[in-house]
Design a protein. Sequence first.
Length: 436
Amino acid sequence: MRKNFHPHRIGVVSLGCAKNLVDTEILLRQLDANQFQVIIDPIDFKSIDTAIINTCGFISDAKQESIDTILQFSRAKKSGLLKNVFVMGCLSQRYASELAIEIPEVDGFFGVSDLEKIVARLGGNFRKELVGERKISTPSHYAYLKIAEGCDRVCSFCAIPLIRGKHVSRPMDDIIMEAKKLVNHGAKEIILISQDTTYYGLDLSKKRLIAPLLENLASIPGLEWIRLHYTYPYGFPMKLLDVMRDAPTICNYIDLPLQHASTRILKSMQRNMTLEKSRDLLLKIRSKLPEAALRTTIIVGYPGETEQEFAELEQFVRESRFERMGVFTYSHEEGTSAYDLLDNIPEKIKMERAAWLMHIQEEISLQSNKNKIGKTLKVLIDSEENDNYIARSEFDSPEIDNEILIKKSDNTLQIGAFYHVKIINAENFELYAELV
């Protein structure tokens, strides 16, 4: 330890997606190795003297949340409640110079690959021997595992390649080694993430390696659930469906961000998909994995989206009957190719279209949930709240999908353990169950 090293009481706030959270966890491991006192998501400023905010810069709402958080901590510093405020992550990567002018109270802005610089600025030593290690901030029974960084796609609305750069796959041996470490530390579910998980391996061997990666992960003792996020629809590797069908530890869950249904808009989005291709892909997935839960994301209010094209999207949502769906309003992002288009859909119309699609999805989700009444499911207990245990099935990812509620009064259950339950009632996004 360096002589000028002074312990800090550091509050760390991680905003945005799970990929950002993994970056935060890598930083937490370095801070821990340097014997800093760390509080995650501090609820007041009395317990810390330094704040580190890992920001999101993906879309306008996420950027605003990041800016609001920075301002909150900057005001605390200005009032003498904090000594230092540091900002890292995607927003800082994109707008460091502008932010430095607008919020001078911040002591330093760092990009997405500046962890070594952050540790040094805090007065610590970056421990190279710990590269690849993390301090997990999720409940110990599940963890996210990033398999690649960056993205080679050129989606017209997306700024991620501008922030994170080109797609770089991690070596498969490194991923498997990290997965084993996570399991040894108590993880029973691992959620694979990257900007495009189905692209994994193309830069390593000129072929997609997501299927063999899953086969290798499925052989790890003690790993009971493997979940796959962010599977890009174009070039979807069909062999992946065979692996998912044959490996019981791979969750029957596919996160497939289709973004729209109109062929014209998909072409403008540079998604390499059409309405017909989307329907065909869904048909193949449903026929191969009839029990799988399909999650998708949709963007409404894209430049030039007509009433007819929105009606086409609405019909697609109704007929596809996704078990899970998220809807976002289009965000006009500097540097993207869509930024040259006229953002001509009023915000009020964007919000109305998003609300209408979610209204339709509520009805679809309710019917899907009602179909599970009477069925027995294997569930993982995530937490407890008031009179209930909060659980999930293999069809649900943490924090974004359905929850299953089990009354405490009937049972004493262990957080992070698996049980079999019978579904006894259902609402739009919640199921109610009793222990079998």
